[in-house]
Structures are given as C-alpha cells and as structure tokens.
Ligand binder design. Structure first.
Ligand SMILES: Cc1cc2nc3c(=O)[nH]c(=O)nc-3n(C[C@H](O)[C@H](O)[C@H](O)COP(=O)(O)O)c2cc1C
Length: 398
C-alpha cells in the first residue's frame, strides 16, 4: 500500500506522487484543481497513467551495473537527460515567480525550460533572472498578427531558439472544476473564498501584497485599464485564433527560421504533414488530459508516430510522466525526450526552485536506477525489445 508523506518538508518526498500530495495540502482547493484537473470525465487524464502501467519492462540479467548513460542529442545540443520542462500557464498562482524558479531548477541541471504564452513572468524577466537559461517558448496562435509578430521578435531578442506551437487548445477544453470554482470569470465562489482563507501560508507567499499575478508576457498588449487577471483572461479568450490550420503553420515556418515544434500531435498522418512542412520536432501530447477527453494516452500514440517520423525530426512526448520508468518507456518506444508538466509543478508549488529541482532529481535517480536494473545502462541503446505490452492495451509496435 502506498503511504504518502504529508509533512511540510518537500525534501523528504520520495516520489512525484508524494510531492503531489504535499502540493494538494499547500494549495487552496481552486489552485489545486487548476493544477491537477482534466477535462470532463478525466478519462484521458487517467488513461495517461494507466497506459504507462500497461507496459512492462523485460530486463536481461547478469549485466554489470555500470553507471547509467543518459545523454541525449536534441535539436543540436547534448542534454544530460532526455528531459525538458514543458509549458504551463499561470504558474505564479502556485508559487510566487514560479516560472523563474522552474527556469533556475532546469538550468542548474543543464535542461531546457519552456515558457508559456500565458506565463506570469515575461520572456524578458526570465532571461534577466536566469541568463544561462536554455529557453524554449510556447506560442498560442493569436488573431492579431502584430501581437503574434511582436511575441516572436521578443523571443528572438532574448535568445530563444526553440518555439513550440500548441495546436490542441485553440478552444479551451471542458474543465468542469473551473466552472464550479468560479461564480463568474475570475470570481471565486464563496466556498472557495473561505477555503483560500484556510491557506494563510499560500496567501502570504503567493498573494501578498499584490494579489494574484498578472499574465506578464501578454500584459503589454492590453489597454492600461485592463491590465488585470480578468482583462488578460478575456484578451486571451478573444485572441485565440480558432482558424489555426496547416497553412498558418507553413507561414510560421517561414517566419521562424530556428527550431519549430508542433505540440499536440496524436495522429501519424499529422506527423507526416509536419515533416513535409520542414518542422524540427513534434510533441506527442494530449495536453495532460485537459483538452479533448477520450483521446488516447500520448504514449499509446507514440509507436505509430515513431514508425513514420523517427529520425526525421525530434520526437518529444508529454502527458502522464511521473516516474523515471515512464521516461524509460517513452524513450524505448521512440521518443527522443519527454516534457514535464505537472511533475515539476508539484515541486515548484511546495518549494519553489528547490522543490522543482527535487522533482527533477527524483525522476533522474529513478531513470538511472531503472536503466541499470533493466540491464541496459546506455539509454542510446534502448529500444522496444525491452518492453512487453499488456495484450489488453491498445498498443501496437511495428
Ligand atoms: C496547470 C497546467 C497549465 C498548462 N498550461 C499550458 C500552456 O499554457 N500551454 C501549453 O501548451 N500547454 C499547457 N499545459 C499542458 C502541458 O504543457 C503538458 O502538455 C501537460 O501538462 C503534460 O501532462 P502532465 O502534466 O500529465 O505531465 C498545461 C498543463 C497544466 C497541468
């Protein structure tokens, strides 16, 4: 039976699940549901975990346990691990300056950090606070071409060389917890307001003295009187380009000569289109189960995509990564690297930079141990022959 440590010291957490349990206690209910929740029945959210459990590992024995080799060549650089922190919006609601803490934790470990369009620290603030950061930027396609162009110019100006266009969230998924927790946009229900008052440590650390943080990246595009959380939320809702299509991606390819990745791919035919457009990478992702409920787990979609795309562009995967063995399974099925979403958010929510670092270190230790115990200490030699797929699962490996 799993027992989760529930004390306040995140350094004593032995797993991402324990960090999650601590984050749940530290955060007010509405912020916890924002972090943890999925869309509708949360079928995809659950599937993301179950699909990893449906894959077994098949070790060879009597292989000397040499130190695991986990380096990965990705988008022209060598990373110490097949890992990057993925884009998540509104992180400052979990912990003050959370984006900066995440960027520092990643940079200390030689890993990339991805800033969301809807972040609470701006591109410029991240680079000023963490000059060494390997900064990736996630773009939501916005209707106003000038805003879009300005975001790209700012990303270039701060030295960002990798852009991820998110394609699976032009409409917001049906997140019922959001509707329950707020009586109207950005106004908490009475019950949630009372619940906030029962979290004085979070209030002091995150709210005091200015209240909820603004969306710093896009704030400048709002009229001065609307530079509030409500104004930014409304702006983003009205600006999301629902006409985003392959032609728009082709135009973006022309405008952004550096690394361009498409985030939100689940179908191999879309992977083939991305290759034809000359993209540099894909993120196989279902947005952590927060968008269309009922889609397969990303890991279930990986083998078919790897069959058409492996070696032609970088293959990244996210959604449901909570263990080193999940990273191992993704790499064995063809991913070059994985993006972390909630795993590092739990860490930052309980301990800022050190908490996010603890999450990264837990996953690193687990990955290294798993490679050694599998009898395949060299990640670059790992392939799907070391896996057994549950016959009842929907996987096929070609
Ligand atoms: C709280 C939260 C906010 C997110 N915000 C964004 C975002 O702004 N842009 C984006 O492309 N994806 C966003 N995502 C999706 C993540 O990039 C990623 O796809 C997802 O978290 C992976 O699933 P996991 O959290 O189970 O690992 C968000 C996810 C969460 C949990």
């Amino acid at each position: 039976m799993r027992r989760y440590h529930s004390g306040p010291d995140f350094r004593r957490a032995h797993s991402i699940a324990e960090l999650a349990s601590m984050a749940r206690q530290r955060l007010p209910h509405f912020a916890w549901e924002y972090l943890e929740g999925g869309a509708e029945e949360e079928l995809t959210l659950k599937r993301n975990r179950q699909a990893f459990a449906d894959i077994s590992l098949l070790p060879h024995t009597l292989i000397p346990c040499t130190a695991a080799r986990t380096q990965r060549s990705l988008l022209g650089t060598t990373l110490p691990l097949p890992l990057a922190i993925g884009p998540t919006g509104y992180n400052g609601m979990l912990y003050r300056d959370a984006d900066i803490h995440l960027a520092r934790a990643a940079t200390e470990r030689g890993l990339p950090f991805t800033l969301s369009t809807v972040s609470t620290s701006s591109l410029e603030q991240i680079v000023a606070a963490v000059p060494e950061v390997n900064l990736w930027f996630q773009l939501y396609c916005l209707r106003d071409p000038q805003v879009q162009q300005d975001l790209l110019q700012r990303a270039t100006a701060v030295g960002c060389k990798t852009l991820l266009l998110t394609s699976d969230a032009v409409l917001l998924g049906n997140r019922e917890w959001d509707k329950r927790n707020f009586v109207r946009p950005r106004q908490l229900s009475l019950r949630n307001t009372l619940n906030v008052l029962r979290h004085p440590r979070w209030m002091k650390q995150t709210l005091w003295p200015h209240g909820l943080p603004n969306l710093a990246n896009i704030e400048r595009y709002l009229p001065a009187e609307h530079r509030t959380v409500e104004g930014a939320a409304h702006f983003i809702g009205s600006q999301m380009d629902t006409g985003l299509d392959w032609d728009a991606l082709a135009r973006l390819r022309d405008r952004w000569p550096q690394h361009l990745l498409l985030k939100g791919v689940l179908h191999p035919a879309d992977a083939e289109k991305a290759i034809a457009l000359g993209l540099d990478g894909l993120v196989i992702s279902n947005h952590g189960g927060r968008q269309l409920d009922g889609v397969p787990a990303s890991i279930e979609c990986l083998p078919a995509i790897a069959a058409v795309a492996k070696g032609k562009l970088a293959l990244l995967l996210d959604s449901g990564i909570r263990r080193g063995t999940d990273i191992l399974k993704a790499c064995a099925l063809g991913a070059d690297a994985v993006l972390l979403g909630r795993a590092t958010l739990y860490g930052v929510a309980v301990g800022g930079q050190a908490g996010a670092g603890h999450a990264l270190d837990l996953l690193t230790q687990e990955l290294r141990l798993a490679l050694s115990l599998l009898g395949q200490p060299d990640l670059s030699q790992l392939d799907s022959r070391r896996l057994r797929l549950n016959p009842l699962s929907s996987f096929t490996v070609s």
